[in-house]
Design a protein around this ligand. Structure first.
Ligand SMILES: N[C@@H](CCC(=O)N[C@@H](CS)C(=O)NCC(=O)O)C(=O)O
Length: 344
């Protein structure tokens, strides 16, 4: 009787091994051989993805690339950043120029299917809004009939803009510009009345890009959020194991926040008696093996990058110039939408 169960167990074990071998794809092999991840990011948005004066990339989006590198190589520095415009990003991913795109890519059905890509989660729940000069005296997006609107091509922004104006029986004149720094320059030079994109990007633009003598207070973000923009990491179809690593690197940041594991206390947490924490940090082995990375993968992410809340606060939240509220990006246990499936 017992032997029967053992035999059945052995058969399952063989199946599992065969399945994981089949999923180890060529992208992951190439990344391992190269010793670094090629991460596509934006051109430059404060708090999310911006190279400093030393050329070091920083931000909440950048931290997800770093987390993937920490999981894969035990070293968050093993990333090569490739700045891409909204028009270039998905082609660069399809052609293999980058392994993942980590910026402000909205998770949509067509991108996830017809474009041959896979979204692995949502690192920031965003929505589209409008930035206007305060001097315009506009208080609501409903007052924008006839406005000239600066917008980037190849974006959900462009599509939502048309839908919103049509639905509200208003007209607008689009000024379509590919590079984000040129859009901002056009907007601040008055070539358009309004700049529309994700509210996060508008907050960054308002906090970091207003040319003097005007400042933050001379601009307002209108209250309407006209769309859902769940921003996620994106990979190509075809390498499930790499997709899994990208997916779980972000979940690990979120799960670490939920369990109170921070970059400051992670060494202390290694001594925790909590079985969940022991499993997350690899003190009880198994999770690393299942994912095909070192058992210390979450430890390395949290130690080198921080948990999701730490990264949020430091880059875009209360400890940053942007001061964005956590809002929808609070953990589910605090009324938000950030929810990681269990690491078990
Ligand atoms: N969530 C939108 C993103 C829109 C987008 O990429 N906007 C550009 C131009 S406004 C941007 O913010 N780029 C930031 C950067 O390149 O740093 C989408 O996926 O289409």
């Amino acid at each position: 009787m017992f032997n029967k169960f053992l035999a059945a167990g052995a058969a399952v074990a063989t199946l599992v091994t065969a399945a994981s071998a089949a999923y180890a794809g060529k992208d992951l092999d190439a990344i391992r051989a190269r010793g670094a991840i090629n991460c596509g990011v934006g051109i430059g948005t404060a708090g999310f993805m911006l190279a400093d004066s030393q050329g070091k990339w920083k931000g909440l989006s950048v931290d997800v690339c770093r987390a993937v590198a920490a999981a894969l190589f035990g070293d968050a520095e093993k990333v090569k950043y490739q700045p891409l415009t909204s028009q270039q990003r998905f082609t660069a991913l399809q052609s293999g120029e980058v392994d993942m795109v980590m910026g402000n890519a909205t998770y949509t059905l067509t991108r996830d299917t017809a474009l041959g890509l896979d979204f692995t989660g949502v690192f920031y729940y965003d929505g589209q809004s409008f930035l206007v000069p305060k001097a315009l005296g506009v208080k609501s997006a409903k007052e924008l009939n006839g406005a000239t609107v600066c917008v980037a091509p190849g974006t959900t922004t462009e599509l939502n803009l048309a839908d919103y104006f049509r639905a509200n029986k208003m007209t607008f004149k689009p000024v379509v510009i590919e590079k984000v720094d040129e859009i901002r320059a056009a907007f601040f030079a008055g070539r358009c009345d309004v700049y529309t994109t994700d509210a996060s990007s508008l907050a960054a633009t308002r906090a970091a890009n207003v040319p003097p003598p005007r400042s933050f207070d001379d601009f307002v973000i209108l209250p309407e959020i006209i769309s859902k923009e769940p921003l996620g990491p994106v990979v190509r179809h075809g390498d499930n194991q790499f997709a899994d690593i990208v997916r779980w690197a972000l979940y690990a940041m979120i799960e670490a926040e939920e369990y109170g594991i921070t970059s400051k206390n992670v060494d202390e947490m290694l001594k925790s008696d909590n079985p969940v924490i022991k499993r997350i940090l690899g003190v009880t082995p198994g999770m690393g093996k299942a994912l095909g990375v070192d058992e210390k993968w979450v430890y390395n992410i949290v130690k080198q990058v921080g948990n999701y809340g730490e990264s949020f606060d430091r880059n875009v939240g209360k400890d940053s110039p942007l001061k964005i509220e956590r809002g929808l990006n609070k953990l589910w246990s605090q009324g938000g939408l950030q929810y990681a499936p269990p690491i078990r």
